[in-house]
Design a protein around this ligand. Structure first.
Ligand SMILES: [Zn+2]
Length: 485
């Protein structure tokens, strides 16, 4: 009787998550089927979705993204952007299916006007990439789920891309740049570190290049990269602070925040954080520690996605190891979705913690590229195109400075425990130069308007000419008509 009840519950859960997609026995989706499933969600919820590609894999498969937002295709000033990416290791397949479930869930619950999902979709721009390594997935799928029961079985077949690149570790090694500068007592830039020339001179995987471009175009605030093979939420740094550190804790300046973010996922999961109930995964067993782990304390990894995100962009990112079995049996999928649904939603909601707002000049124009610096945390973030920013922080009272060149303003911002992000706006009393700065930044074409999602080309000469015309008109206007400033 209990078995029948449990089966019914699982079936109900599966059906409740299925809008616009096939019903029936759960199964994995190959690349074509995954695209069809994403299109089905986009068709079922056209007002809140946009399907776009960030490029192609080495074998020419599209790297699809489903965007979910109340205004798809545009960055709404003040609204944070979030990403979930999965299957970067082609044989770690659960995350790929979970993101299809999540897309369905957000679509169906939004249509049903469910308050939590409506709030999330209205107030967040969400991007989902079910597979960053579709070539690897197709190889792994040849063997099928029986072959990946444990982490040791069939090991790495399908894990890497078609050229044998471990995509997770194919990113610019900015951790090494930071630690080398620190060890040599050089002045340390704590954000948006310059990618070393040596990185560009080697062969970078297509999938990585596509990701790097994507991460540059969209002002992501938070994300997570879904894996399998263990059950733990991993946070940066992934690289040890010294070359000899093979498994030593390597803290970022945002260690407390990262532990909170990783812990949010782990605590919402039925077993990840529970030491007694936790499964162990052969040689990948980690100590429990509330279901979270600093990457470098597990094993030091150079060039990781997490370290690149933190040191090269504004985005905070964790890696989620979703279970020992990299390729669970298809019948397990509804239960695994049920286990991970609340963690995925809770983690997504973390994009709304901390402080947010705008940095404007004295004319009220948003200032892109201004920095937000929090006293005591050696990691600044920068404002996006409209001067908007999001600084994730755990609860507390913070002294925050916004600055651009020599202009700055400092204020105290309070972050409460349960509230949404506190609004902390700044005004910098700048001159015309900053107007020019804003103008040039604002004349970068809106790449997102392009249906292919491919970045448009910035036309510096056209932008400067347009600026000169506009600024002449502005100066004439200021001299003759505007006497109140
Ligand atoms: Zn992995």
């Amino acid at each position: 009787m209990m078995m029948v009840g449990a089966t019914l519950v699982v079936l109900l859960l599966w059906c409740s998550a299925s809008v616009g997609v096939e019903t029936g026995r759960p199964r994995y989706h190959n690349t074509a089927e995954m695209e069809a499933a994403l299109r089905a969600v986009a068709d079922a919820c056209p007002d809140i979705t946009r399907l776009y590609s960030i490029g192609t894999s080495e074998e020419g498969r599209e790297l699809w993204v489903l965007e979910i937002s109340d205004n798809p295709g545009q960055h709404e000033p003040g609204e944070p952007e979030f990403r979930y990416t999965a299957n970067i290791h082609g044989n770690e397949v659960l995350g790929r299916e979970l993101l299809l479930y999540l897309a369905n869930y957000l679509c169906s619950r939004y249509q049903a006007a469910e308050s939590r999902v409506t709030r999330l979709v209205d107030e967040t721009r969400i991007h989902l990439i079910p597979s960053l390594n579709p070539d690897g997935y197709e190889k792994a799928a040849e063997l099928g789920h029986q072959s990946y029961r444990t982490s040791s079985a069939h090991g790495d077949y399908g894990r890497y891309n078609t050229r044998g690149v471990n995509l997770y570790r194919d990113f610019p090694g900015l951790g090494k740049v930071l630690f080398t500068n620190r060890n040599n007592n050089h002045k340390v830039q704590n954000n948006h570190l310059r990618i070393p020339d040596s990185y560009w001179s080697r062969q970078i995987a297509n999938e990585t290049k596509a990701f790097l471009k994507w991460a540059e175009i969209y002002p992501f605030v938070l994300g997570a990269n879904l894996h399998g093979g263990s059950l733990v939420a991993v946070y940066p740094f992934d690289l040890g602070q010294n070359p000899s550190d093979l498994s030593s804790y390597s803290a970022t300046a945002d260690d407390e925040l990262y532990r909170h973010l990783a812990g949010t996922y782990a605590r919402a999961h039925p077993t990840m954080a529970k030491c007694g109930a936790r499964v162990t995964c052969d040689n990948l067993n980690t100590t429990c520690n509330g279901g979270i782990k600093n990457g470098a304390s597990w094993f030091s990894v150079p060039g990781s996605l997490l370290d690149y995100s933190y040191l090269g962009t504004n985005a905070m990112e964790v890696a989620l190891e979703l279970g020992c079995d990299k390729f669970p049996a298809p019948d397990e999928l509804p239960r695994l979705w049920n286990d991970n649904r609340e963690p995925l939603l809770s983690y997504l909601e973390q994009v709304h913690i901390g402080i947010k707002g705008f940095v404007r000049n004295n004319k009220g124009h948003g200032m892109p590229g201004a920095a937000i610096s929090v006293q005591g945390i050696q990691h600044d973030i920068t404002t996006a195109k409209d001067g908007d920013y999001w600084r994730l922080l755990v609860p507390g009272t913070y002294r925050v400075t916004a600055y651009w060149k020599s202009y700055e303003e400092t204020k105290t911002c309070e972050v409460t425990r349960d509230g949404p992000a506190t609004t902390c706006d700044f005004t910098l009393h700048t001159d015309l130069t900053s107007d020019m700065h804003s103008f040039l930044k604002n004349n970068i074409p809106d790449v997102e308007a392009s249906p292919s999602g491919v970045a448009g080309q910035y036309q510096p000469c056209a932008a400067i000419a347009a600026y000169l015309i506009t600024s002449t008109v502005t100066i004439l206007y200021t001299i003759y008509w505007d006497n109140d400033s």
